[in-house]
Design a protein. Structure first.
Lengths: 57, 239
């Protein structure tokens, strides 16, 4: 016997909110999780590069 | 104390030497080397940083975003000191977790013991190398047996022939390390001046074929070791 499920009615406000959610989530996530900047020896000056070299051993 | 006259001149010469060594050892490309040399000549911050290093010595200063430096005074075998720039290793950044052990062979004179060991601890710190030498445990026993055991257990050896004119024991230790195929740094004093307490005497002909780090002062030796160590460790698969 087939079971009938009553459809829920969703308010238009909620629908609009749900539509916006993925984009908003992405934007806030991008704001919160900043990827750690990878040191680039190409942009370092001579002193910075020396300190960087010995800091990694 | 042989302090630099001009901190900027000292710092520039020090880094210039460091980069040349890294370049010839293959750690820097031609482009990188010349870019760094050009920056050393034109960097307006160098003078101020050199002064700060000197004023805050031996406290460290932040050099850019990624590392810290400090100016220390290492010891010459004659009793004087000389300035040296030490790069500090970041906590937890060490590539190799286990420590390396270096057997140190040199003439046991108070002047050499207190300067060479002091200097080497600073130079080896970035690479997590600890020093061992004959009789460092103060225990009684057969010294030659202890030397044999210490060399065989070491990951690398460093020998200094300063003042070995009438005490050539270091050459025996070099022979042992050579026979055990240990990676070895052999420092040869080439300073002149006969009759000084640091006279070295003639070099055994059997060891003439060994590659030596020749020096006339500990300042010269320390720079050669500090700038050359990464290449030596890499070559011997210890880095």
């Amino acid at each position: 016997m087939k079971k009938t499920v009553a459809k829920k009615t969703v308010s238009t406000k909620k629908v609009a909110k749900r539509a916006q959610a993925p984009a908003a989530r992405k934007a806030s996530a991008a704001k919160q999780i900043k990827p750690a900047k990878k040191p680039s020896p190409k942009t370092m000056d001579a002193l910075e590069f020396f300190a960087y070299t010995y800091s990694r051993f | 104390v042989a302090d630099p006259v001009d901190p900027a001149v000292f710092l520039r010469a020090f880094l210039d030497e460091a980069y040349e060594k890294q370049f010839v050892n293959g750690f820097l490309s031609t482009d990188q080397y010349h870019r760094l040399c050009a920056d050393l000549q034109k960097n307006p911050k160098l003078a101020a940083i050199g002064r700060t290093l000197l004023e805050r010595s031996p406290k460290s200063i932040q050099a850019g975003k990624y590392g810290r430096l400090r100016l220390i005074h290492l010891r010459e075998f004659g009793g004087s000191t000389f300035p040296f720039v030490q790069g500090l290793t970041q906590q937890g950044s060490r590539r190799r977790r286990s420590k390396l052990v270096c057997f140190l062979g040199h003439r046991f004179l108070q002047d050499i013991e207190s300067s060479l060991r002091f200097n080497l601890v600073h130079l080896f710190e970035p690479h997590a190398i600890t020093l061992r030498w004959a009789g460092d445990d103060l225990g009684a026993g057969d010294l030659f047996e202890k030397i044999l055991t210490a060399i065989s257990r070491a990951d690398l050896c460093l020998f200094d022939n300063l003042a070995t004119s009438n005490k050539p024991n270091v050459y025996i230790e070099i022979g042992i390390a050579y026979a055990l195929r240990k990676p070895m740094l052999f420092c040869e004093y080439t300073g002149t001046g006969t009759g000084t307490p640091f006279e070295t005497g003639s070099f055994p002909s059997d060891l003439q074929g060994l590659l030596r780090i020749q020096y006339q002062s500990y300042q010269e030796l320390c720079k050669k070791l500090y700038f050359g160590l990464p290449g030596f460790l890499k070559h011997n698969k210890l880095l």
